[in-house]
Design a protein around this ligand. Structure first.
Ligand code: SF4
Length: 212
């Protein structure tokens, strides 16, 4: 029998999925990380070209490794030189699939992402035939305003701690100062409120706390 938490999470996921569908996107709900990996592997076209964004979620859950072990033409941006990385970032626009996470998703299906270089938000908005976004339910926020606050006030200051060489104010006190400091990781902020191509963006929600 499902626990109250499991029941509530499934109901919440259903609500978000139906909101995404109204916005021309697809949504899926997986109860475990393992199920989510299986679902993503099914959603990537067999033999298709695929790369991913700089998300911790998809690395920590073992998804990027699983993709590398699958039957796909993989462009692994994590093992190449900065110059080759730039080439992959551009090549992504003509790939079959781009896999990433989200900084926040509102209950009514608006997806927020913050980016330093802009490659991730660019690929989500335009280019690859399929975009797969994997997100734990910890990324769900009540509405668009709360999603933006989550992305800017929670996700970004935590994310900044990953980069030893940047000197942003959030590195010092853990809170966002809306900075323009050298190394600022919040250069582009994307709000996806609708997909112009039906089903291009697929969101896999996971009943877990993934990433930040
Ligand atoms: S202080 Fe700057 S780098 Fe840090 S979260 Fe805010 S805008 Fe982003």
């Amino acid at each position: 029998m499902a626990t109250p938490m499991e029941t509530r999470n499934e109901l919440l996921a259903k609500k978000v999925i139906s909101s995404l569908e109204r916005r021309n996107m697809e949504g899926y709900f997986c109860k475990t990380k393992e199920d989510a990996i299986k679902k993503v592997l099914e959603l990537i076209p067999e033999g298709g070209s695929v790369s991913w964004g700089g998300s911790m979620t998809i690395r920590d859950m073992g998804l990027t490794e699983a993709i590398k072990n699958g039957n796909f033409e993989v462009y692994d941006r994590d093992i190449v030189s900065p110059e080759e990385q730039q080439i992959i970032y551009r090549k992504v626009f003509s790939m079959d699939c781009f896999v990433t996470s989200a900084n926040a998703i509102s209950e009514d299906g608006v997806i927020i992402n913050i980016d330093a270089t802009g490659n991730r938000v660019a690929a989500i908005s335009f280019g690859p035939k399929n975009v797969i976004i994997v997100a734990g339910l910890n990324k769900i926020a009540k509405d668009e305003d709360a999603a933006m606050k989550r992305a800017r006030g929670t996700a970004a200051p935590i994310n900044a701690q990953r980069f030893p060489n940047i000197q942003t104010p959030c590195k010092i006190d853990g809170t966002c100062h809306n900075c323009t400091a050298p190394g600022c990781i919040c250069c582009s902020i994307s709000t996806v409120r609708n997909s112009p191509i039906k089903g291009r963006i697929k969101v896999v929600l996971v009943d877990d706390s993934l990433g930040f």
